[in-house]
Design a protein around this ligand. Sequence first.
Ligand code: BGC
Length: 373
Amino acid sequence: MTTIKNVSALLLAAGVAAGLSACAPAGSATPDAEGDAATTCNVGISMPTRSLERWINDGEGLKEKLEAADCTVDLQYADNKTDQQISQIQNQVAGGAKILVVAAIDGQTLGPALEEAKSQDVQVIAYDRLINGTEAVDYYATFDNYKVGQLQGQFIEEQLGLADGKGPFNLEPFAGSPDDNNAAFFFAGAWDVLLPYVESGQLEVPSGKSPADNDGWKAIGILGWGSDDAQAEMDNRLQSFYTGGDKVDVVLSPNDSLALGIEASLNAAGYEPGTDWPLITGQDADVANVKAILADQQSMTVWKDTRELGGQVESMVAAIVAGDEVEVNDTETYDNGTKVVPSYLLDPVVVAKDDVESTLVESGFVAAADLGL
Ligand code: BGC
C-alpha cells in the first residue's frame, strides 16, 4: 500500500518536492523550507456521531494513521446533526484543510458546503456513505453496501432452509435511516434474496411491514439508526401483531444498533435464547452485539474491518498528496444523481458465533477480554 510517508520521502529524495503542490494550499506551491510534507497534507475528518462504536473506531483509527504519516488532522463528530456537520466542515476549510474525509449524516445536504470547499481546491473523499446531488465529491471509499445486505439475506435463506422449500416463517424486516444512502443498498441486497420467499409464502410478515419492492424501504426505516427507536418499533409490532401466541422466527436487522434495540424488545416480551429466540442479523461487529452473538441473542453480524477502510482512505490521501492517480475499483455503481463517483469497495465478512475467535479476535479487531473470553 502506498503510504503518505513513503510518497513524501520518495518525492523529496528525488528533489521533486514541488510535485506535492497537488494538495498544497492555494498560492503556496511547495512544502515548507524543510520540505515537511505535514504542511501539505492537511486533512479534515468529519464523522457523524460518537454514539455508535463504529464511528469512534473509524475516526480515531484514521486520524492515527494520517498523523503517523505526518499529516495535520482535525477530527470532528457532529452528534448526528446535519447543521453541525456543515459548520464543522466550513470551519475545517477555513482552518486550512486541503482534503476532506466526510461520513455524511444526510447524504443530500452537504452539497453547498462542499462546493464552497472545492472552490478553494479542497479534495473531497466520501467516507463509508455517499454524498449525493453534487459534483463536489471526488472519491468514495466504502464497503460493498449491496453485498452487506445480500450476506444478511443469504444467511437467513441458508439458516432457514428456504431454498429447500422450508417455511412458512414469521419475518419482521427493518431498514436503516432514510437519510443514509447506504441504507437503500443494504435493504436492496437483502430484499433481492428474501422478497421471492415472501411472495411464495415461505416468509410471512404478520405486521404487514413488508415493502412490495426495494424502493419501499423508507417506510420501515429507523431515522438516525437509534437502538431506542428500533426497540419501540419492535415493541409495537409484538404488541399489535403477535397477540395470539404467534412467534417471530426471524428479524432482518440492517445493523447492530438496530439489532440491540430489537433484542431488548424481545427480551422484555419474554423470548428466550435457545428456545424461541428468533434469528437476527446485524452489521458492524460492535462489542455489545458480538457479546449477544456469543450469548445466542444475535445470529450474525456483517463485519466491516474499519481499519481496512482507514487504510484505503490513507492510500487515497497519499495519492492526492503526491498528485498521483487515486486507485478505485468501481466506476459504475455509485451515481450520486449528479455524477458517478469513482469508488473503492471493500469486502464485508459474515461473522457468526463459530467465527468470532478466528475473525474478530485473531485479527485484533476486538480484544478477547472485552468479550469475556
Ligand atoms: C454504516 C453502518 C452503520 C450505520 C449506522 C451506515 O452508513 O455503513 O456501518 O451501522 O451507518 O451508523
